[in-house]
Design a protein around this ligand. Sequence first.
Ligand code: URA
Length: 445
Amino acid sequence: MVAVTTKSKPLRMIDLILSKRAGHEHTAAEIDFLIAGIMDGSIPDYQLASWLMAVCWRSMTLEETALLTDAMRNSGQVLDLSAIGPVIGDKHSTGGVGDKTTLVFVPLLAAAGIPMAKLSGRGLGHTGGTIDKLEAIPGFQVDISIDQFIKQVKEIGMAIGGQTAELAPADGKIYALRDVTGTVESIPLICASVMSKKLAAGANFIILDVKCGRGAFMETEEKAIELAQAMSSVGRLLKRPVTAVVTDMEQPLGRAVGHTVEVIEAIETLKGNGPDDLTELCLELGSLALVHAGKAKDQKQARVALQALIDSGEALKSFGVLIRAQGGDDKVLTDYSIMPTAKHTKPYMVPGSGKQWLEHLDGKKVAEACKLMGAGRTKKGDPVNMAVGVVLNIKTGDSTEGGATAAVIHYDTEEQFSAAASKLAEAFTFSNSFVEKPKLIKASV
Ligand code: URA
C-alpha cells in the first residue's frame, strides 16, 4: 500500500472514522490515504462502512467533497479526449422512471456538431438504465472498449458505452458497500460518485439533470437543489464546467416505461412526435449545451436550431449513424417490430364514472409495476424482460373519465398483467375537481 503520512505519525483508518464521527474536515492527505487503502484492499469493508455512515451523519464540506471526487477520479484510467476537439459534452441524469433523454440528446447534439462522449449505467433500484434500453435494439453493442469509445467519438462525433470498471474503480467498491449499508442517500457521496466517473470520462463540459420526486433518489426539491449545487460547485473547484437542472420525477418522464417501449418513444421524439415533457427536457438540456459550446448566442436561438434538426430528419439520421457504429440494426428506425415485443397489450381503465382529473401519478409505483413483469432486476446480473412495459395514456393534470384508458400494459402472461394492474391501481390518484399540471423544470443551477 502507498504509505501516506502526516508530518508526525502514519495515518490510520480508525482516526479518520473518529475524526469524521466528531464532524471534523478531512485533509487532502487523509482523503488520499482513504482511496489508496480502498484500492489496495488494506482498509477492510467494516471500517469503510463505518466511515460512510459517519459521512452520512456529519456530511463533508465542498472542498472535502472535491478532494474525494478528485481522488476517486484518479483511482483508475482518466480519458484524455482533447485530441478530438476543444468542446466535448457529456450529460448525466441522477436516475428516474421513463427517462430515455440520453437516446434523444446524444444524436441530437451530435447532429448539432457537438461531440458527445457518454458512458451510461444499467438500471439501479427502481430506476431504468440507458444501457439496458439500448440492448432492445438488435445487435447494439454497449460493452465497447475505451479505445473504440474514443475512436467512435472522433469519427462520428458520439458514442454511448457502458460504465467501465477501468474508470473511477474506487466508486465501484464504495458504491457496492453503500448499497448494502443504508448510505446511498448522502449528498457528498452521491456527488463524488457521479462526478468522479464524469470527470474520468474526459468530457470538458457536463450537463446534469438532477431528478426530484418520488420516482427519484432525491425525493424533495430542496434536496435535489442541494445536490445540484454541490455537483456544480465541485465541477467548478475541479475546473470542469457543470450546468445542472432540477427536474420533476414525481411522475414518469414521457409516457413509456419499459425497454422496447422507451426506445420507440425516443425514436418518435427524434421524428418530432414525442411527448411534450420529454421533448421539452431534451430541448432545454440541449439548448444549454449549445450555448455553452458557443454554437448559439442564447437558449432561444439554440432551441430553434435543435428543433430544425428534428424537423429536417437530421436528428433521426444521426441516431441511425450511432446505431450502425455500435453494431445495431438501424431498420429499427422504421420497423419497431424487430425489437422484443410483448405477446399481449391490454388497457388499464380509469376507475369509477364521470369526468375526473389525474391528481397524482406515482412514478415509483409505475416502475414497480414494470419490475413485477420482469423489466427490472432484483439483483445484479439478473436478465431483464425487454418487451414488457406500461404506456401511459394520461399524465398528472389531464382530464379523463371513468372507463377510459389510463395506461396500456404490455405483457406476456396473465400473471404479469394482474400483478402490474394491481400495482398501477396504487399509482393513479384521481380527483373530481380541476388539477394543475406540474412544472417539469424546477430550477437551474
Ligand atoms: N448514481 C451514481 O452513479 N452514484 C450515486 O451515488 C447515485 C446515483
